[in-house]
Design a binder for this molecule. Structure first.
Ligand code: AMP
Ligand code: ZN
Length: 488
């Protein structure tokens, strides 16, 4: 049996993975706080741990892996959203969970075995907090219950920091009722306008961290194999999860795995920089979910990754090529792809191996191996974006000679395309190339923008023979040929 090697953040080493129970390999990944659409960064852990889930299922068997990912449906950001919009909290969380599942399915993520919601686990949390108080690891103060970090000698071990360093470096919420500024909230009081549950400490709601400890314990037991999430969660969230669970007497997770953050064109993704977008924004712009997945996996999960237009384009082209070549079958994936993934999820290497298969015309292997990474190439081949492909027209002088356009390279799947859409695409490229030939850049650019608005991307390229050419890529399956014809 393949032995997985996984990088354990806790020990800072790559270790051989030995499951506690190979009959039931258990993994917990921190899920989203549900008050808004998932942004592109949120999709990274989902895709990374989806690959791990698929790999574990491959190695240990479909029915021998339990994967839990929670929904944080009680949190102050959700309350704030409800106050802003006047909507009921339950409506907001329900709607957001629906969106999340849709968007993550679009990027090819399997649903975890269980997706518990924090609000379903209030009793478990209260019970755990009670236990922590009884053992002297937590204390009640002014309607709050706080975890006493001084009661857990190993606090900080995951992130490798001492409590003093943390106090110096972190934005700690100083409160008069805290014994140590690093003490964190397990329970806090709710006023009449805030969701609350009865508890031994009055009506209130849980702090964020305790939910994961309670849900992991209930669904995965005292000890489980892998705990994952983004590196931003390492401190304080995961540090706090460990402290609570260990002090409650649970062994908790053996291996901690963290994905690095996503950036956009080299910069942090943020609303103020104007480069913030959700997964849905991209899908609506016609970027296929598989393309998002491909770009994400082209960087190793422990490296910061950069979302760029260039990578998106390359991913479209690669997946189209693979989809065209692949031959559906139910063979097991190639050993070297399994090996690459088993070495701490070297997805980049797996993609390189898949490209080799494509280049060597190993069509069956390409199909079965891509499937392990989460690309069903037979399904992708059916998608309009993969089939419609691009229209490429040579500008080899025929424009000058008044000869009508002539398609040359890169026309795939025309059999399935509406003849009028095909004609409209050709003539669109033709008009665009004519503007460019006349050096009428303003008109060329305006046409390019208008075309993109209709779902067609225009690009200047060169044919294999080095001749200038124009490429129209149909990005959607709902393009109206009449509208394309009307663009000038
Ligand atoms: P949140 O809803 O903010 O708790 O985040 C949900 C998940 O997305 C967590 O695992 C985060 O670590 C992860 N995450 C948030 N932002 C990014 C980012 N820019 N890149 C990668 N992962 C992220
Ligand atoms: Zn968590």
């Amino acid at each position: 049996m393949t032995t997985l090697k996984l990088y354990n953040t806790r020990t800072r080493t790559k270790v051989d993975f030995a499951p506690i129970d190979p009959e039931n390999v258990r993994m917990y990944v921190c899920g989203p706080t549900v008050y808004d659409r998932a942004h592109l960064g949120n999709a990274r852990p989902v895709i990374v741990f989806d690959v791990l889930y698929r790999l574990l299922r491959h190695v240990y068997g479909q029915d021998h892996v339990t994967y839990v990912r929670n929904f944080t449906d009680v949190e102050d950001k959700i309350n704030a959203r409800a106050a802003e919009t006047g909507r009921a909290i339950g409506d907001i969380t329900e709607e957001t969970i629906g969106w999340y599942l849709e968007d993550m399915a679009a990027v090819g993520a399997l649903e975890p075995t269980a997706m518990p919601r924090a609000t379903q686990y209030i009793d478990h949390m209260v019970e755990m907090i009670n236990g922590l108080i009884a053992k002297g690891h937590a204390y009640e103060a002014e309607g709050h219950v706080l975890f006493a970090v001084d009661s857990y000698a190993e606090y900080g071990a995951l992130s490798g920091r001492s409590v003093d360093d943390m106090i110096a470096g972190a934005r700690v919420e100083v409160a008069p009722y805290k014994r140590n500024p690093m003490d964190f909230v397990l329970w806090k009081p709710s006023d009449a306008d805030t969701p609350g549950w009865d508890s031994p400490w009055g009506r209130g709601r849980p702090g964020w961290h305790i939910e994961c400890s309670a849900m992991a314990h209930d669904l995965l037991g005292e000890r489980f194999d892998i705990h994952g999430g983004g590196i931003d969660l390492q401190f304080p969230h995961h540090e706090n999860e460990i402290a609570q669970s260990k002090c409650a007497g649970h062994d908790f997770a053996n291996i901690w795995m963290h994905n690095e953050m996503l950036q956009v064109e080299g910069k942090k993704m943020s609303k103020s920089l104007g480069n913030f977008f959700t997964v849905r924004d991209l899908l609506d712009q016609g970027v296929p979910g598989e393309v998002i997945r491909f770009v994400m996996l082209s960087t190793h999960y422990r490296k910061p990754m950069d979302w760029t237009e260039k990578k998106r384009e390359e991913a479209v082209n690669t997946l189209r090529q693979w989809a065209e070549l692949a031959e559906e079958n139910s063979d097991p994936p190639a050993d070297d792809v399994v090996e690459a993934l088993s070495d701490d999820l070297m997805t980049r290497e797996a993609i390189r191996l898949l490209q080799e298969m494509a280049d060597d015309d190993r069509r069956r292997e390409l199909y079965s191996s891509a499937k392990l990474v989460g690309f069903d190439l037979a399904e992708i081949a059916k998608r309009p974006w993969a089939k419609l492909f691009s229209v490429e027209i040579e500008d080899g002088g025929f424009l000058q000679e008044g000869i009508d356009y002539q398609p040359t390279v890169g026309v795939v799947g025309w059999g399935e395309i509406d003849e009028s859409l095909k004609e409209a695409s050709f003539s669109l490229v033709h008009r665009w190339l004519s503007y460019r030939r006349e050096k009428n850049w303003a008109s060329a650019d305006a046409l390019k923008t208008a075309a993109l608005g209709e779902g067609v991307e225009l690009r200047a390229t060169k044919t294999k023979a080095g001749v200038n050419s124009g490429l129209a890529t149909l990005m959607k399956d709902t393009i109206d040929p009449l509208k394309l014809e009307a663009l000038r």
